[in-house]
Design a protein around this ligand. Structure first.
Ligand SMILES: Cc1cc2nc3c(=O)[nH]c(=O)nc-3n(C[C@H](O)[C@H](O)[C@H](O)COP(=O)(O)OP(=O)(O)OC[C@H]3O[C@@H](n4cnc5c(N)ncnc54)[C@H](O)[C@@H]3O)c2cc1C
Length: 419
């Protein structure tokens, strides 16, 4: 099969690149190993798709450090504003939540995918599904791609948009790394960038699925504070996850792997100091002297969590009038610094995003073209770039995909070819 441009991977990066290139009149073929496009895209934002973040380019760049400089050109070319406009122009309005996260008004990732696919179709992009490209070679000015179903594809330009290695069941298994390496590209070892933690405390299992809107987590090692972050968190089957944990894991990628035994202290009452919290608790006890403490705490925290805290402070069966100062202090300690001990991270396959991949030093940040092999381009998570939780990673896929699609040279005219 022959085309001017072959794109490997129909995730958000590959689809964006395909739309932009095909709209410029470039004959574009997308090869996707799955039987459908955008399998991971459908999982994003718990099916709601947090497609970008409301931020200025400069804020975006800062949030994505240490990759900000590499991403800057792409963000100025096709940044959060342009992404929102693109979807709006094609019938899908977006909304900004108080956190700055941008979602489609329909809250459906499938609508985001549908717009991308429809635009690709209208631009004339061809798709081949069910073929896993495992080898790409360059012969003179032409690339030859081979897929596992023994189909050969020929193209003048290739964009690798194969994603990272997390959530491999969606199709991203790191194939792009081996292909890039075969052209001499350095691959930065993949690491989990946004990943839940496994903790020692078995009681977290009882709280599995419970989300907390706003907590602050401090990371301590041998009593010394190493990092802290605030935001939403969630209890998992063996630990904790959610944006605040992801933020810590990204800020300090590798920290959790290297330093098993770290202590986390979770402040469950951000913005309310210990003293006023104590006064609140005393007032509640005075108002309801006969009520069980766990029941009273339910007025301040989710009930399942109140019960757990009361168990940990050994005051489950105590009524408010029986709460001693010692027990009250134990409860307050847990409320303001609930201790958890890190055992490890969940495996990289469960990370929301992979850090690592094709080294940015060998990619032109203005075009996404390989500095080693003209005609070869990269887009999305296959590149060693990542951002925090909150729409940053899809925006990276859109921006880098746009740049790659925009930079593919058009077919030389007959006149030019004869020269
Ligand atoms: C559960 C979950 C929730 C997330 N939520 C959000 C969110 O709300 N907001 C956000 O910004 N980010 C989110 N992310 C991250 C975001 O989904 C990714 O960063 C983004 O999908 C990367 O896009 P991509 O196109 O580079 O790669 P992918 O989406 O991984 O797409 C790569 C495609 O290439 C195909 N492919 C791979 N190898 C081959 C091959 N050899 N031959 C042919 N095809 C191949 C794959 O099948 C896949 O379809 C989430 C991730 C996960 C796992």
């Amino acid at each position: 099969m022959k085309s001017e441009l072959a794109i490997v991977g129909a995730g958000p990066a590959g689809l964006t690149a395909a739309i932009v290139a095909a709209q410029r009149g470039i004959e574009t073929l997308v090869i996707e190993r799955n039987s459908t496009a955008g399998r991971k895209l459908l999982k994003t934002g718990r099916g709601r798709c947090n497609l970008t973040h409301e931020a200025t380019v400069e804020e975006f760049v800062r949030a994505c450090e240490p990759f900000g400089r590499f991403l800057k050109h792409g963000l100025y070319t096709f940044g959060p504003g342009q992404v929102r406009r693109f979807f709006q122009e094609h019938g899908l309005d977006t909304k900004v939540e108080p956190s700055g996260c941008v979602f489609p008004v329909t809250d459906r990732a499938s609508d985001v995918k549908a717009v991308l696919l429809e635009q690709a179709k209208q631009a004339g992009v061809r798709f081949v599904y069910g073929g896993r490209v495992y080898r790409v070679r360059k012969r003179d000015t032409e690339f030859v791609l081979k897929s596992d179903n023994e189909i050969y594809f020929h193209a003048r330009s290739v964009i690798l948009a194969t994603g990272g290695v997390s959530w491999p069941e969606t199709g991203s298994t790191g194939d792009g790394y081996a292909i890039a390496a075969s052209f001499g590209h350095a691959i930065i070892e993949p690491q989990a960038a946004l990943i839940p933690l496994i903790v020692r405390e078995p009681w977290v299992r009882d709280l599995q699925g419970l989300g907390l809107e706003q907590v602050q987590i401090k990371v301590k090692m041998a009593g010394m504070k190493m990092a802290s972050s605030a935001g939403a968190m969630m209890f998992t089957q063996d630990g904790i996850g959610g944006p605040v944990v992801f933020d810590l894991s990204r800020k300090r990628a590798g920290l959790f792997d290297m330093q098993v035994g770290m202590e986390l202290n979770i402040d469950l009452f951000v913005g309310l100091d210990r003293k006023p919290l104590e006064q609140k608790l005393i007032a509640l006890c005075q108002a309801h002297p006969k009520k069980k403490i766990a029941g009273l705490l339910c007025e301040l925290l989710p009930c399942a969590l109140s019960e757990t805290l009361c168990r940990l402070a050994d005051c489950t069966d105590i009524s408010a009038s029986q709460l001693s100062k010692d027990k009250r202090n134990s409860l307050l300690d847990l409320c303001k610094a609930l201790p958890l001990h890190v055992v490890s991270t969940r495996p990289i396959e469960e990370a929301t995003v992979t850090r690592g991949g094709v080294d940015t030093g060998q990619i032109d940040p203005e075009t996404m073209q390989s500095r080693l092999c003209p005609g070869l381009y990269f887009a999305g998570e296959v590149i060693n770039v990542d951002g925090p939780c909150g729409g940053y990673n899809l925006q990276i896929a859109f921006s880098t995909g746009y740049l790659a699609g925009q930079s593919i040279p058009s077919q030389p005219s007959d006149e030019e070819s004869e020269k």
